[in-house]
Design a protein around this ligand. Structure first.
Ligand code: SF4
Ligand SMILES: [Zn+2]
Ligand SMILES: [Zn+2]
Length: 414
């Protein structure tokens, strides 16, 4: 029997963590690029397992419609001029999602760009609530978090869906899939926390963009905290301020993929915008929740000195010297099979520029055995944490301080 698109996505997503997030390459897969229109509910209803999905799809949070009491017209209309008109009409069942910076306006039956939220009869519902995919225990270093509970295990999972369309996505089997592509059973938040209690001290929301399953994430985190299980998120930072402030209150650490430092790169390579991501990064830093940044360095697209220096200067100036920054190696994947893997010399250059701009903890990622994988004390330059690939091989920290010179090392260590 020929393999269907659904079969491929399911099989690929299941092997994802085994392949270190790199996943499979399937050049023949249909392209779900910028131009893909949102799937309609009709398409959803005809898909296998879709009825089951809709049965457990709860009312989403973070959206508005003209029908809601006290609805603010300016959350939907681009200009206040509309309010000057004596009367303006609203489509009673149209909703606007306020979860991420895309701000999808959805007519009845339409789905958002992320494919995870759908307008059912004038109510926005989440198709990914309770539908975790690809659940595995990973080292926290693989997220990567290098300054948060080194050596801890993290119960990691994602769902289907993402608001972005990164051409270099290393997890496209999940991010560019639809929830009905996976027939995973409904798993209530408390069951995820029970699984973590048996397997890992940390729950990591990762693999796809966790913003699309915010409702699920927030409930899991609220069940986890009283049981002393920490919750962390790996995100693109494209969410709006309101949902992010709830995330900051509920999560213990956030890693943001700051994919480049120009609007044109975000537009052409990711189908997104840079400004909302920078706003989110500032907000997280201000909130005090532990923050780390990743910059995937893609040859020819975001690896110029100007781009790397702009990024490093912004980080050092806006966030200070202590936010860890990981420059990770790109491998040809998804729609960028034509580019080579990032040369190690480029990653060394990125790290050197960051340190020249004053960043204390700059790393080279996805290169096993590279000395830029270790944490060095900014004062005495000795290695305070040594790593072998995703595993910690030695720790020379005492009460969060360098064991050699006693300088405090930024992070969450216990
Ligand atoms: S979360 Fe999804 S539905 Fe909501 S605005 Fe973003 S892409 Fe659109
Ligand atoms: Zn209006
Ligand atoms: Zn030291």
């Amino acid at each position: 029997m020929p393999m269907t698109r659904r079969d491929l996505l399911v099989a690929s997503a299941r092997v994802l963590p085994v392949l270190g997030g790199g996943g499979l390459v399937w050049a023949g897969l249909e392209t779900l690029g910028d131009g893909a229109p949102p799937a309609t509910l009709d398409a959803l209803s005809s898909a296998a397992g879709a009825q089951e999905l809709l049965k457990t799809a709860p009312r989403a949070r973070f959206w508005t419609t003209a029908q809601l009491a006290g609805a603010d017209c300016l959350q939907c209309h681009p200009s206040p001029d509309v309010l000057k008109k004596a009367r303006h009409a609203h489509d009673a069942t149209t909703v606007r999602c306020l979860l991420c910076a895309r701000g999808c306006t959805l007519k009845e039956g339409q789905r958002g760009t992320c494919r995870a939220r759908v307008n059912v009869g004038g109510e926005l519902r989440s198709l990914v609530y309770g539908r975790p995919v690809s659940m595995h225990v990973d080292p926290i270093e693989k997220k990567p978090f290098y300054h948060f509970l080194p050596g801890a295990s993290a119960l990691s999972f994602g769902t289907a869906g993402c608001p972005l369309r990164c051409k270099f996505c290393q997890n496209w089997q999940l991010s560019q899939a639809s929830p009905e592509d996976f027939g995973e059973p409904f798993t209530p938040p408390a069951a995820v926390v029970d699984t973590a209690a048996r397997s890992a001290p940390v729950i990591a929301f990762t693999y796809n963009e966790p913003t699309v399953f915010t409702e699920y994430l927030l409930e899991i985190a609220s069940h986890a905290r009283p049981r002393k299980i920490r919750s962390v998120m790996v995100s693109c930072g494209f969410m709006n301020e309101g949902p992010l402030s709830e995330m900051c209150r509920s999560l213990d650490a956030i890693k943001i993929d700051l994919k480049g430092y120009s609007e044109s790169f975000y537009r052409t390579a990711c189908g997104a915008e840079l400004a909302p991501v920078l706003r989110s990064v500032r907000q997280i830093a201000k909130s005090g929740v532990h923050l780390e940044l990743v910059n995937l360095v893609v040859p020819t697209l975001n690896d110029s000195d100007a781009s790397l220096r702009g990024l490093a200067r912004w980080i050092a100036g806006e966030l200070g010297a202590d936010v860890p920054v990981h420059f990770t190696r790109f491998h040809p994947d998804y729609q960028l099979l034509n580019l080579p893997a990032t040369p190690i010399a480029t990653l060394d250059r990125a790290r050197a520029i960051a340190m020249d701009c004053g960043i204390h903890y700059a790393y080279v990622g996805n290169v096993p055995g590279h000395p830029g994988n270790h944490t060095y004390c900014p004062s005495c330059r000795k290695a305070v944490i040594e790593r072998d690939n995703f595993f910690v091989s030695s720790i020379n920290l005492k009460d969060g301080r360098c064991a050699f010179c006693r300088r405090a090392i930024a992070g969450v260590w216990a």
